[in-house]
Design a protein around this ligand. Sequence first.
Ligand code: GLN
Length: 242
Amino acid sequence: MGADLLIVHLYPALLRTYGDRGNVLALQRRAEWRGFRVEVEAVSRGERLPQGAGVVLLGGGTDRVQEALAPDLRRRGPQLAEAAEAGTVVLGICGGYQLLGNLYVSAEGTATEGLGLIDAETRAGDERLVGRVQAAAVLWGARFDLVGFENHGGLTTLGSGAEPLAEVTSGGGNNGHDGTEGAVRETVVGTYLHGPVLPCNPQLADAILGRALSPVTGGGSLEHLDDDLELRVHEHARTLPR
Ligand code: GLN
């Protein structure tokens, strides 16, 4: 019997800033605790991207790493676009988020074409946005608070085809100016938040999981989990200074 959920972790050895792999573990465990069978497949440059993923995850990485893997990622563009169209949740964190957009221009002026799965452009600003972020998110009808840590030189501007994931209440977010954080287009989600973001934001994790598992659950709500520890971490993060 196959798994209920296939999680594809793209470029785990390259895109892994601040423990972003914790996002894979959070989704895996939260599904397994509810009795779902989960398979995780790591896909590196040149390796085959499997069909049928419920979630595809990309973590953050440096400009140099982003530029190095961009050609491989672009080759996967049509397959990823088709998967997203069919309901696969694609989650990009920071550098991974920037690569889901149309274009990334580094501080050196190097332009890297993204996947275009999210209508957004990122250009390096004069100063980096570094520190803790708090934001109010709306994702597929669910509202919840987000906490996390950002460290990026790229400033992202959303186009008309993307909705922000959240409104920043503290911190920089997409660009430090317009109060937006992250982006959503259908099942494609990007955020600047590390932490890793999912273990300390169980509502975001469950929104993603609920969507990814909908072929199995029929879209029904997921069984409640005891999130005492996760919510204590979440609340603690809210008390920390920027
Ligand atoms: N290239 C990036 C930036 O500094 C990504 C950083 C990250 O993923 N943490 O904007």
